[in-house]
Design a protein around this ligand. Structure first.
Ligand code: C2O
Ligand code: CU
Length: 457
């Protein structure tokens, strides 16, 4: 895992359309045997796609994998047919087939792309990349970089462990890996000149790992979350919680020479992720003022009256209320039979409003159906003992309240992290027609039933 990201997809197919080839690939690393991965364009992570707001993303997925796949554009307000959810918004792209994704990018910000078929396996094997949509008037910086965070579970031979959908992962915290990487590399270093201002776009592409991030020693501000600019820059002080699927854009001033380390302190212990190496002499004088986030995207404002009120109660998991289901010998045997039959499904362990969303995404009636333009208020209740990053497709949602308390600043998000027993209230205008998923982005939890679908007509 030492390949460096490049900034654009390379080979072109047909007029205006770039190629995005998903295929098996052996990553060569200097002192190790090559690591078999699945990769976009032979790179882990996939190429950083950089476009401007209003541009048309036009890309032909070529499936050179042995399994079906799709591409989901996480956080982008795409037309429904481009959302990449197999059976729900498009047929799965079978091995040897292609699919052309083509849509205008409505919002600037940091997004990412990943498969939505066999997601726990395909993302873990390396299929993920950043999509950067540049602002019309970005805050001025000297450098603009993406750090895509991931973890990998390797087996004793150093290969990606094949225990996808393992019950102990599905029913607990999801699949956590012991090797942490940034842009596919272990503890890479980004070199800066003293005095430079860096925009750093963090993407959490891990299946299940939640990061609590710190980078002590340099002045830093948060200017956007999940692509959406903050109203004002917020000084980065305490640990920044970044659940799977979530993004954070930071501005960091290389105010002094030295080596500064991005570290994760979620749960026990501390893990090092990447370093900033600042060389040279910073110009003397006053510290630079806080950056100004880009002007806010004009998203439709939720109305406070006549909203569709929708409770979303998350249940299940081991040690959750009800402790369901038991890891009984019968359940274990059923899983063994399914594995022998080649099935790659998880067990139904998690529920939304009492229902486990298993199997094909189109096999379930919508949780709610609303006419286009209706304001939705989602009342999320985590009745489990676990953390869940809840992702809404096709829309940005406003986070109104947590645990019954209205937030003084109500930010836009596409993924909201719930701690155990947390509640949260979200609102958005359902202005994008189609059938959309809401699901936990711990990929094993989603595979274990933690999802739902809603319809806007
Ligand atoms: Cu990033 Cu439905 O997912
Ligand atoms: Cu979850």
């Amino acid at each position: 895992m030492a390949t460096r990201p490049q900034s654009t997809a390379s080979a072109a197919v047909g007029p205006g359309s770039r190629r995005l080839r998903a295929g098996a690939h052996a990553l060569s690393a200097a002192e190790q045997p090559a690591l078999p991965v699945w990769a976009y364009e032979g790179q882990v992570p996939g190429p950083v796609l950089r476009l401007r707001r209003g541009d048309v993303l036009d890309l032909t997925l070529e499936n050179a994998l042995r399994d079906p796949t799709t591409v989901h554009w996480h956080g982008v307000r795409v037309p429904n047919a481009m959302d990449g959810v197999p059976h729900l918004t498009q047929p799965p792209v079978m091995p040897g087939e292609t699919f052309r994704y083509r849509f205008a990018l409505p919002d600037a910000g940091t997004y990412w792309y990943h498969p939505h078929w066999g997601t726990p396996e395909q993302v873990e094997r390396g299929l993920a990349g950043a999509l950067v949509v540049e602002d019309d008037l970005p805050p001025p910086v000297d450098r603009d970089e993406v750090w895509l965070l991931d973890d990998w579970r390797l087996d004793a031979s150093g290969r990606i462990a094949e225990d996808f959908y393992a019950f102990r992962d599905v029913a607990h915290a999801g699949r956590l890996g012991q090797r942490l990487t940034v842009n596919g590399a272990v503890e890479p270093t980004l070199a800066l000149q003293a005095g430079q201002r860096l925009r750093l776009r963090l993407v959490n592409a891990a299946n299940a790992r939640i990061f609590a991030l710190e980078l002590p020693g340099l002045p830093a501000w948060l200017i956007a979350r999940d692509g959406m600019p903050a109203d004002a820059a917020v000084a980065w002080e305490g640990p920044l919680l970044l659940g799977p699927g979530m993004r954070a854009d930071l501005v960091i001033d290389a105010a002094q020479a030295g080596r500064f380390t991005l570290r994760d302190r979620f749960g026990r212990g501390e893990r090092l992720l990447a370093h900033l190496q600042v060389d040279g002499k910073a110009p003397t004088g006053a510290a630079r003022p806080a950056p100004q986030p880009a002007a806010h995207e004009p998203l439709p404002a939720p109305t406070s009256t006549d909203a569709w009120m929708q409770p979303l109660v998350f249940g299940g998991g081991m040690m959750g209320m009800g402790g369901w289901p038991e890891d009984s010998p019968a359940a274990r045997d059923a899983r063994r039979q399914r594995r022998l039959a080649g099935s790659r499904e998880a067990d139904p362990v998690w529920t939304v409003n009492g229902h486990a969303h298993m199997g094909r995404h189109d096999a379930h009636p919508p949780l709610f159906s609303v006419p286009r333009g209706r304001t939705i208020r989602l009342q999320l209740a985590n009745r489990t003992a676990w953390w869940h990053p809840i992702h809404v497709h096709g829309h940005h949602v406003k986070l109104l309240a947590r645990n019954g308390e209205a937030l003084p600043v109500q930010p836009w998000r596409d993924t909201v992290l719930l701690s155990p027993r947390d509640t949260a209230e979200l609102a958005f205008v359902a202005d994008n027609p189609g059938r959309w998923l809401i699901h936990c982005h711990v990929l094993e939890h989603h595979a274990g039933g933690m999802g739902a679908m809603f319809e806007v007509s």
